[in-house]
Design a binder for this molecule. Sequence first.
Ligand SMILES: [Zn+2]
Length: 225
Amino acid sequence: MKVLAVAAHPDDEVLGAGATLARHAREGHSVEIVICAQGLLSRERTADEVTQLLKLKDDAREAARRLGARPPTFLDFPDNAMDSVPLLDVVKRIEAAIAESRPEIVYTHHPGDLNVDHQVTARAVLTACRPLPGAGVRAIHAWETLSSTEWAPPSLTAPFLPNHFVDVESTLGSKLGALACYAGELRPFPHPRSPEAVRHLAGLRGATAGFAAAEAFVTLRSTWR
Ligand SMILES: [Zn+2]
């Protein structure tokens, strides 16, 4: 089986579905990752910023390796400004990635997130995965991204109401190991972007489904041919 994770920023793929991706890899599935935006806000590309961007890509490669995934594909859209890019441009790049990797399951952001890049990424994935005759994608699951999904007001966008739970007791350690690659993006607890908060959320999602630890998703579409 082949699975694809489409993240807006480097680290979202780990926060959202890291343990699930690690479980796919452990079960022998091919795991590919696409990262849409650069992950670093910038207007002028100083030498220092270029160095930071390169480091972030190295961090993402090492995180993918720790999950058992292939090295990520970077689309390099502008950070926190993906709404300034025509949606069709984003869709075409994701369509190309899907045509190349031919996944059966696609993981991506929740369309109701606070972060605009997350919203654009989710919308572009849904468009790229239109269920046309012969399409290979049979399920799209939206993950939750701590510090974006839970910060979105329910009255403004669709709330995150998970209906798909993956038992990740055996791979939560891999997720935390991959998250450690992004040390520069982490903050001390009780910031949601902390290893403790990630562990707490996995415990709560697990308890919801009868597991010791889980990652939770909203299934955006599921088909059985
Ligand atoms: Zn993000």
